[in-house]
Design a protein around this ligand. Structure first.
Ligand SMILES: Cc1cc2nc3c(=O)[nH]c(=O)nc-3n(C[C@H](O)[C@H](O)[C@H](O)COP(=O)(O)OP(=O)(O)OC[C@H]3O[C@@H](n4cnc5c(N)ncnc54)[C@H](O)[C@@H]3O)c2cc1C
Length: 177
């Protein structure tokens, strides 16, 4: 007469199935926990950023970095002093696409000297830089932002040395980049 629940073979099969299912469950659980922990770590990750050059490109890059919420510490340096940086008389013409991009970063064209023509915004480079610089300066109270004007990028600077050592993200915003 057969035992209740089947013979030894059937019990063996059930045991093998149980073992396979519990292993699968353990693997799935491990993968789910690992994926969640990695996502959380990635979400919380913060980097230090060094931007060399406070021209329109460098300042815009600084704003993008600050708005990303991923920056632990931002250092922006330019060899020009503030007066030399902001008195640049050349004109800059911002296309509609750039205007939309800059609006999303908090650039307030209504409070910037300049004029509109066919959805393009025209202003002096110095005016544009001053506006972006002022937005960054307002953020200083919320985030660690250092703006070093009159400072040429050189390997003597700790921030530049850290960038060379790979412990810092670096963006070069120099002409021609
Ligand atoms: C005469 C002239 C007329 C122009 N007219 C127009 C125009 O009508 N419309 C228009 O859209 N554009 C015009 N431009 C172009 C405009 O100047 C550029 O598009 C704009 O400045 C580019 O921005 P940028 O941030 O890449 O470079 P830049 O504005 O040149 O900024 C680079 C910054 O890096 C700094 N720097 C360089 N080396 C170092 C270093 N080793 N360490 C620290 N800081 C450093 C510099 O001091 C500078 O402030 C004109 C340019 C010139 C020269």
């Amino acid at each position: 007469m057969e035992e209740a629940g089947g013979g030894p073979e059937a019990q063996y099969e059930r045991l093998a199935l149980d073992t396979a299912l519990s292993t699968l469950l353990a693997v799935l659980l491990y993968v789910a926990v690992k994926v969640s922990v990695d996502r959380l770590r990635h979400w919380r990750a913060r980097v230090s950023v060094l931007i060399v050059g406070a021209g329109p490109v460098g300042l815009t890059a600084a704003l993008v970095a600050v708005r990303s919420g991923k920056v632990l510490k931002l250092t922006l340096l330019d060899e020009r002093y503030r007066a030399a940086l902001l008195c640049r008389p050349q004109q800059i013409a911002l296309q509609p696409r750039s205007v939309r991009f800059l609006l999303a970063l908090g650039v307030d064209f209504d409070n910037m000297e300049g004029c509109w023509d066919n959805e393009h915004f025209f202003t002096r480079i110095g005016v544009f830089q001053e506006h972006l610089l002022s937005i960054l300066e307002q953020q200083k109270y919320r985030q660690e932002i250092r703006i070093l004007l009159g400072t040429k990028a050189s390997t003597r600077l700790p921030a530049v040395r850290a960038a060379a050592a790979g412990t810092l993200r670096v963006a070069l915003a120099l002409p021609g980049d």
